[in-house]
Design a protein around this ligand. Structure first.
Ligand code: HEM
Length: 504
């Protein structure tokens, strides 16, 4: 019955040995890449390269990049392997500046993979989009986030801030899970400011926006694996035809977009929000390859909804968590809010928020300790000689910036694991080293929603703190336990806190 040799046992043994050898050769083939090029590197582990901590679910992506940084920070840059693919990690703040800002032309794309033929909402949106499409879109959308636009949006955001205050008030005294509640707040804010819609997720748990918000950001195993492939295993993502948004979510976003567009066109309503801007782009052609139609418009709606939601709700919930553990910081912040608001007839206004300097420091310290996107990535699109070295990065190489490592380096931030907002006090005589604190990224691809995200988080915090004292409760995790499959720092047990009404 044997196939090739005398016995089937020999057949199977030879087959398995060949398979193992091929597998071994395939995975180790690239493992001398950095040695051959004289670039310092971190020794890889078979199959997983330097992504072992995350691949074996020992840590999340942010902690994995922190560990890579901690092992190699004596080198301005270091070679690593993402499974078997060589990539570069930039450790020195000066080089970070060079890659993100000075020589941006060589690194104008992110490394993520999304294929327009089967994933147009993924491929064409501003976050995942590649050049030249990205550049055209960025130019068209930037004005939506200007300071002037923020001022006009303030009142809409502030109304939702009141909804947040009321929502917490309805459950005050019971533990409230704040990641979820903050996410509802940011969903209602984006719906009203960008699409002119009332999502009502803070008031109605069954609101359609609530259901799809959860689906969009749901990190079940299979979704998490697809998403991580889009970020780190581009070849695999291509082969597996991974999509940034799932089919039912895509359909829901398309329906919301086209219903809103059709209604505005029918009523001739002219608003200068995201939908209004996309309507004005409809049908425009930038060159023969880029026409703003259909899904390239819907894609922007989809990404603003997801990018804006997760990042801001992560920041708000971790800030509340830290305040519950630091009553002295909480009281200082509550006093600042009370004192500033007293000057404004106890009303939260755009101007009053600008005066809340300690709130700004607390917000920054939260972004330092828990950066919602804990690493940045760029693809080298034009070969690049690294200044001060003889190494030229070839086209196609992926470059990572380990934000979680830089923002937790004791050389730049004393006692990095403690929550100390005063380190961001401009008058404390210790300026932050440039390019060691970049929670919104930097350069032309910096977060487009930086002002928007900061303003909505501050509005939310001012509403909560003027009315409630934040306390730990029996369900508050300490220390926090981390979900390893999520891209942003995400806790396993949620962020439960108690809210006690402040005495008038
Ligand atoms: C606390 C809030 C936020 C944080 C910490 C944050 C962080 C980031 C980071 C680190 C990047 C990558 C930047 C780079 O690669 O240099 C980014 C990109 C982006 N963010 Fe945010 N973000 C926040 C809020 C928002 C909001 C509210 C929106 C939309 C309403 C938004 C939309 C985007 C988009 C579209 C990009 C891609 C920009 C491009 O490539 O041109 N973000 N964000």
């Amino acid at each position: 019955m044997a196939l090739y040799f005398d016995t089937w046992l020999l057949d199977v043994s030879v087959f398995l040995i060949t398979l193992f050898t091929l597998f071994y050769v395939y995975f180790t083939w690239t493992y001398d890449h950095w040695k051959k090029r004289g670039v310092p590197f971190i020794k890889p582990t078979l199959v997983v390269g330097n992504f072992g901590d995350w691949a074996f679910l020992k840590s999340d992506v942010g902690q994995m990049f922190k560990s890579i940084y901690d092992k190699s920070k004596q080198n301005p840059f270091v070679g690593i392997w993402v499974f078997r693919n060589p990539a570069i990690v930039i450790n020195s703040p000066d080089l970070v500046k060079t890659v993100l800002v000075k020589d941006f032309a060589h690194f104008a794309d992110r490394s993520t993979h999304a294929d327009r033929s089967h994933d147009p909402l993924g491929a064409d949106n501003l976050f995942f989009g590649k050049n030249p499409h990205w550049k055209y879109m960025r130019v068209k959308l930037t004005h939506l986030f200007s300071s002037a636009k923020m001022k006009t949006m303030f009142h809409l955001m502030n109304d939702i801030g009141q909804d947040l205050e009321d929502c917490i008030g309805r459950s005050a005294g019971e533990p409230i899970e704040m990641k979820e509640t903050s996410a509802k707040f940011t969903t209602d804010v984006i719906a009203t400011t960008a699409y002119g819609l009332k999502a009502n997720t803070l008031r109605d748990p069954k609101a359609p926006f609530n259901i799809f918000r959860k689906r969009l950001l749901d990190f079940r195993w299979i979704r998490a694996a697809q998403f991580m492939s889009i970020f780190f295993l581009q070849g695999f993502a291509k082969f597996w035809k991974c999509k940034v948004f799932e089919k039912d979510c895509e359909e829901w976003i398309r329906d919301v977009f086209w219903d809103t567009v059709n209604e505005r066109e029918r009523t001739k309503e002219n608003r200068s929000d995201l939908i209004g801007t996309l309507i004005s782009l409809k049908g425009q052609t930038e060159d023969k390859n880029i026409t703003f139609t259909g899904d390239s418009l819907v894609a922007q709606v989809a990404v603003f909804f997801t990018a804006g939601n997760e990042s801001s709700s992560t920041t708000m919930s971790f800030l509340l968590y830290e305040l519950a553990f630091h009553p002295e910081i909480q009281e200082k912040l509550a006093l600042e809010i009370k004192t500033v608001l007293a000057k404004y007839d106890n009303t939260i206004t755009y101007e009053s928020l600008q005066e809340m300097k300690y709130l700004d420091m607390c917000f920054k310290e939260t972004l330092r300790k828990y950066p919602p996107l804990p690493f940045l990535d760029r693809e080298c699109t034009i070969p690049y000689r690294i200044p001060g070295s003889s190494y030229t990065i070839p086209k196609g190489t992926i470059v990572y910036i380990p934000m979680m490592g830089l923002q937790h380096d004791p050389n730049y931030f004393e006692n990095p694991s403690s929550f100390y907002p005063e380190r961001f006090d401009k008058d404390n005589g210790k300026p932050i080293v440039p390019f060691t604190f970049i929670p919104f990224g930097e350069g032309p691809r910096i977060c487009i929603g930086e002002r928007y995200g900061s303003m909505q988080s501050r509005i939310g915090m001012a509403h909560i703190l003027r009315r409630f004292e934040i306390k730990k409760c029996s369900k508050t995790e300490s220390p926090l336990t981390w979900q390893t499959l999520a891209l942003s720092p995400t806790t396993k047990g949620g962020i439960y806190l108690n809210f006690v009404p402040r005495k008038k």
